[in-house]
Design a protein around this ligand. Structure first.
Ligand code: ACO
Ligand code: KIV
Length: 556
């Protein structure tokens, strides 16, 4: 890289607009959406879609609620031409859906474009030519006037061909390609000239699409360009202003959003931002950005997994794991403090007095896009106590006492560091079972017990346990069955332990649900150990949990 890049690159000039309005505006409703997956997205693929892939994508776009879909550049290839024909002849276009096709300003290509559209109920013919100085001088080697004449000539031809087929409801779209680095007054001039030929009104709808063909400036500059255009275009009320941002600087979404603040009414883009180079504006992100501000986007992504699957299959490109709202990892926290906050957020939601979504680190409820809460927290060496506790709660209904969460977290941390990888929920569960005796043959196993409450409030307990294959008979007395059992055990194995924590809860709402007991024992040195047990008999669960805790101190 150069020490002084200004010798090679220069900033694009800002628009001279001192009283810009867009920073004070807010978005209150969704724009018109146009998916160009089947055109701009398709033309950028190493292997453009065949008819079957295009049709699959088409069905998905319809299911997601798109009403404007750019389906092809029909004069570019037989595949594109045939796809338009198969939509029309196969009657695949719902009444309320408008297909759009793209053409250059070349007579033969326009003629072929109209051939592809024969018999369509409604369609948008999209004409483009590049208007920026770089393209006028290097690509077209034409003057400004010649560039305007090229656009006007093509518009005249399109108008003639539309008028020759009045059975179709035509919309005309004009894009001054490379708008974002065209002089603002020239972009206006060419669009005025084109509009003068088309004469837009309610019976001759027109869209002026202002593309950031290559994103070369910050989004605020694009917004200024859009506001400038909207404020100066003489037929503003007769046309729909559309934007078509690309993503070369990684800010295509921001460009689209600020352009909407600046007066645009329609956005062209692709699902997950496919498209030339770094892609088009991502319509999924744009729609869900609106949704998370409480604005219904008019598009449905409630089956996000399915949408990702179809798009990946059709484009033969992966959707990145960090892709907003859709990637495999976007609702997942590995790190401890995030997990803690998310867990508390979910708990707070259960008692919340309103329906508003307020869960830390999660701007969207994963359920709204068809995701479960399973992947919200995953556990590795960066995780804290809440991560493993969440997995045990979600998958096994265990609500661990806080000190047990802390104790177990140390074991999880060690295990994750040892394996140098993530622990699956099954691995966490197995580690928990082994650590706290929730296994078929624990070290100290309760076989049977009888306990009786005495008239003086004391409890007498007799039990038979198996310790490393040996049968032990316990007989004890205490304030309750647990202390009676512990007293008996300590006497039998000649040790001194006390119970410092005991908790239990049921694992379900039904009266025949099983219960879990958590017991923490401490010896005279202050060392603690936890035991856990699950049983349909809560007394048995508690006794076994105590034995599991005591097993840490006992040799039979
Ligand atoms: C920003 C965008 O995404 S625009 C859409 C781009 N999409 C595509 O290009 C995909 C489909 N395109 C194609 O299949 C081909 O380019 C075709 C069939 C349209 C045309 O192919 P060709 O006739 O071989 O021309 P080619 O692609 O080389 O086009 C370049 C010529 O078209 C001219 N041209 C480019 N754009 C336009 C336009 N919008 N209007 C009129 N002429 C144009 C160029 O100046 C150049 O002219 P020259 O040969 O006289 O120097
Ligand atoms: C044809 C136009 C709208 C285009 O694709 C672009 O400028 O990126």
């Amino acid at each position: 890289m150069l020490n002084n890049p200004s010798l090679k690159y220069k900033a694009h000039p800002p628009v001279n607009i001192s009283d810009r309005q867009w920073p004070n505006n807010t978005l209150t409703h969704p724009p018109r959406w146009l998916s160009t997956d089947l055109r701009d997205g398709n033309q950028s693929l190493a292997e453009p879609m065949d008819n079957a892939r295009k049709m699959k994508f088409w069905d998905l776009l319809i299911a997601c609620g798109f009403r404007e879909i750019e389906v092809a550049f029909p004069s570019a290839s037989q595949t594109d031409f045939d796809f338009v024909r198969s939509l029309i002849e196969g009657k695949r276009i719902p009444e309320n859906v408008n297909i759009q096709v793209l053409t250059q300003a070349r007579e033969d290509l326009i003629t072929r474009t109209f051939e592809s559209l024969q018999g369509v109920h409604q369609a948008t013919v999209h004409l483009y030519n590049a208007t920026a100085p770089l393209f006028r001088e290097i690509v077209f080697r034409q003057t400004r006037d010649e560039i305007v004449q090229l656009a006007i000539g093509a518009t005249r031809q399109i108008r003639r061909l539309c008028e020759a087929s009045p059975e179709t409801n035509w919309t005309f779209q004009y894009s001054p390609e490379t708008f974002c680095f065209t002089e603002p007054e020239f972009a206006l001039q060419i669009c005025e000239a084109v509009a003068e030929v088309w004469e837009p009104d309610t019976s001759r709808p027109m869209i002026i699409n202002l593309p950031a063909t290559v994103e070369v400036s910050m989004p605020n500059v694009y917004a200024d360009q859009i506001e400038y255009f909207c404020r100066h275009f003489s037929r503003r009320q007769q046309v729909c202003i559309s934007v078509h941002p690309h993503n070369d600087r990684g800010t295509g979404i921001a460009c689209a959003e600020l352009a909407l603040l600046a007066g645009a009414e329609r956005v062209e883009g692709c699902l997950f931002g496919n498209g030339e180079r770094t892609g088009n504006a991502d319509l999924v992100t744009l729609a869900l950005n609106l949704y998370t501000q409480g604005i219904s986007p008019g598009l449905d992504f409630s089956q996000m997994k399915k949408v990702v699957e179809v798009v990946e299959e059709c484009n033969q490109l992966p959707v990145a794991p960090r892709h907003p709202y859709a990637g495999e990892l976007v609702f997942t926290a590995f790190s401890g403090s995030h997990q803690d906050a998310i867990k508390k957020g979910f708990a707070a939601r259960q008692n919340a007095s309103d329906a508003f979504w307020q869960v830390p680190y999660l701007p969207l409820d994963p359920a709204d896009v068809g995701c479960s809460y399973e992947a919200v927290i995953r556990v590795n060496s960066q995780s804290g106590k809440s991560g493993a506790a969440w997995l045990l709660e979600q998958n096994h209904n265990l609500i661990l006492p806080r000190p047990l969460q802390q104790a177990f977290s140390l074991r999880v941390q060690k295990e994750a560091e040892r394996g140098e990888k993530e622990l699956s929920q099954m691995a966490v569960w197995n580690l928990f079972r082994q650590a706290y005796g929730v296994v078929d043959a624990p070290l100290l196993r309760l076989k049977e017990y009888v306990c009786n409450n005495q008239p003086d409030q004391r409890t007498v307990l007799s039990a038979e346990i198996i310790c490393q294959g040996k049968k032990l008979s316990l007989m004890g007395e205490g304030n309750g069955f647990l202390s009676a059992a512990l007293t008996a055990l300590c006497r039998e194995v000649n040790t001194e332990l006390e119970i410092v924590s005991y908790q239990e809860h049921t694992l379900g709402k039904r009266s025949d649900s099983r219960s879990v007991a958590y017991v923490c024992c401490q010896d005279r040195t202050g060392r603690c150990a936890w035991g856990v047990s699950i049983d349909s008999d809560i007394t048995r669960a508690s006794l076994q949990a105590m034995l599991n805790a005591a097993a840490d101190f006992v040799t039979c």
